[in-house]
Write a protein that binds this ligand. Structure first.
Ligand SMILES: NC(=O)c1ccc[n+]([C@@H]2O[C@H](COP(=O)([O-])OP(=O)(O)OC[C@H]3O[C@@H](n4cnc5c(N)ncnc54)[C@H](OP(=O)(O)O)[C@@H]3O)[C@@H](O)[C@H]2O)c1
Length: 316
């Protein structure tokens, strides 16, 4: 009897491992072996989750990686960790709080002062379902950090990206953008705030921004990519509270669906380095492949309005 139970358990465990491996295979891998030696890359939010995993992979390819983080201590810790794991590359911390225009401007000034080139900008930092909060300038935090801060950062770095062309901008969105209902009029309003919808809207803003930016950068040699990393085990859920027993129940199921940061960063890497996507711009990628953009993000009027609105807010 015991042997039968043991045998069944082994078969079930093996089956589970195989299914997980098959899923991971379908998620895809960045297959490019391109060296990033003498290339400079900025990764926002590089002290945690996807940003940290991306920074490590880029360092392994020999890149000079700027860890653009809001907390210097956390960033320094991440730098030491990445350095201890990486085979090559150069790492540097530069302070960047995307919830403050002053900090973004300071970051850009320091970057121009100290760096010669910018080959890849990875707009990765983000917040998920936080309670209503505002940025220094008074804009709703998820919209402010996930979209607006990156909008300003990108605009400030554009001349360096153009100078260093061919260069790339990778914008980390989420498949949840498809369920967004973006209303620019109420985007910063506390009375209209729904933390889940605010996240979806900010991720739709990412895809709209990527499309509009790609149009405006046509012919400059700067390509723009929006990316969904899939569901990834990171610190993104810091504002969600799940009881330990729910966690224990969900963990075995989650194991099939949730990627490790290494697995999750593959599409970001693919868009940042791969020869395959050279010359493509304004498109959306998932599982290391192009994916058709949902109608909600194909609205050219909305992407233009969002651009004008973002520009107006950044000037105030
Ligand atoms: N994890 C997923 O399942 C998933 C799925 C789809 C899309 N994404 C997207 O992936 C991106 C990375 O998220 P993650 O999953 O790696 O989460 P994470 O581990 O929480 O990392 C988020 C990073 O953003 C930084 N950040 C937050 N607010 C910032 C600010 N005001 N200024 C500068 N940096 C700030 C965080 O810094 P601190 O550590 O200092 O807070 C952290 O480094 C996000 O854009 C997210 O929307 C994630």
């Amino acid at each position: 009897m015991i042997i039968k139970i043991l045998g069944t358990s082994v078969v079930v465990a093996l089956g589970m491992v195989l299914v997980r491996k098959y899923r991971a295979y379908k998620w895809g891998r960045c297959k490019s072996s391109r060296s990033m030696k003498n290339k400079t890359v900025i990764v926002t939010g590089a002290n945690s989750g996807l940003g940290k995993a991306t920074a490590l992979e880029l360092a392994n390819k020999g890149a000079r990686v700027i860890l653009a983080c809001r907390d210097r201590e956390k960033a320094q810790k991440a730098l030491i960790e990445i350095r201890s794991q990486s085979r090559s590359g150069v790492l540097k911390v530069l302070e960047l709080d995307l919830a403050s225009f002053e900090s973004i401007q300071k970051f850009a000034d320091e970057f121009y002062r100290s760096e010669d080139r910018l080959d890849v900008l990875i707009n990765n930092a983000g917040l998920f379902k936080c309670p209503y909060m505002t940025t220094k300038e008074g804009y709703e935090m998820q919209f402010g950090v996930n979209h607006l801060g990156h909008f300003l950062l990108t605009k400030l770095l554009l001349s360096k990206l153009k100078e260093s062309a061919p260069s790339r901008i990778v914008i980390v969105s989420s498949a949840l953008y498809k369920r967004a209902k973006l209303d620019i009029e109420t985007i910063n309003s506390e009375s209209h705030y729904d933390k889940g919808m605010a996240y979806k809207n900010s991720k739709l803003a990412n895809v709209l921004f990527a499309r509009e930016l790609a149009k405006r950068l046509k012919g400059t040699g700067v390509s723009v990519y929006s990316v969904s990393p899939g569901m990834v085990w990171t610190n993104l859920g810091r504002y969600m509270s799940i009881s330990w027993w729910k966690m224990a129940l969900l963990a075995p199921i989650a194991w099939f669906f949730i990627r490790t940061p290494y697995e999750g960063c593959q599409t970001i890497l693919h868009c940042a380095v791969s020869e395959e996507v050279e010359g493509e711009s304004g498109l959306y990628y998932r599982n290391c492949e192009k994916e058709a953009i949902a109608p909600v993000a194909m609205d050219d009027v909305l992407s233009k309005n969002l651009w004008d609105f973002s520009e107006k807010l950044c000037k105030q």
